[in-house]
Design a protein around this ligand. Structure first.
Ligand code: CMX
Ligand code: CO
Length: 146
């Protein structure tokens, strides 16, 4: 079951400048940054709010690491802006199977690694009324041995 907006993915040319815009304009601080080479992005997650399912909603600011990546190609065509939306679920495998069964193209056979150790997959924008849609299951919270 999809239970929250996990994040909105925003494509930008310069991650540092875009982070500074969100900090200076809205007061949003960076919660996490990472490079995901498989996805071809350098990204910053800005946490906006906690959600009632125990998760959170973020803005995901994305700068391409290479021109032939999904975000690099999209930026060259469209310029900066909203690139995708992501719904959070406790069960990305089950939800993507169910959605595939409704005839929507799921881009990956198995979920891949997303921000902060999450597991992610994408639905084709042409099957979603023009919206590239991601499904996310957050990594379980780290446990300590004592
Ligand atoms: N939103 C809406 N439509 C999009 C889109 C987007 N983000 N990206 C591409 N499209 C549309 C294009 O406009 C194009 O439409 P037309 O044929 O009408 O012109 C069509 O989809 C095909 O686009 P393309 O430029 O030829 O790109 P590809 O088919 O090579 O790739 C897609 C499109 C969705 C398969 C690819 O972007 C993808 O695999 N995305 C998933 C991975 C991803 O986006 N990773 C970055 C984010 C990582 C993260 O969130 O952690
Ligand atoms: Co995303």
């Amino acid at each position: 079951m999809l239970t929250r907006i996990d994040h909105i993915g925003i494509a930008c040319f310069d991650l540092d400048k875009t982070v500074e815009f969100y900090r200076a304009t809205y007061g949003f601080e960076v919660f996490h940054t990472e490079v995901n080479e498989e996805q071809g992005v350098r990204e910053a997650m800005l946490k906006i709010n906690e959600t009632s399912d125990g998760g959170a909603s973020y803005l995901q600011l994305l700068e391409p690491t290479r021109e032939d990546s999904a975000v690099g190609k999209w930026l060259a065509k469209n310029g900066e802006g909203v690139h995708h939306i992501a719904f959070g679920t406790a069960d990305v495998d089950g939800d993507s199977d169910a959605i595939r069964g409704k005839g929507v193209r799921v881009l990956y056979d198995e979920p891949r690694t997303g921000s902060m150790g999450s597991r992610i997959t994408f639905l084709h924008p042409k099957d979603c009324h023009g919206v590239l849609t991601e499904l996310v299951t957050a990594a379980p919270p780290a446990t300590t041995d004592h």
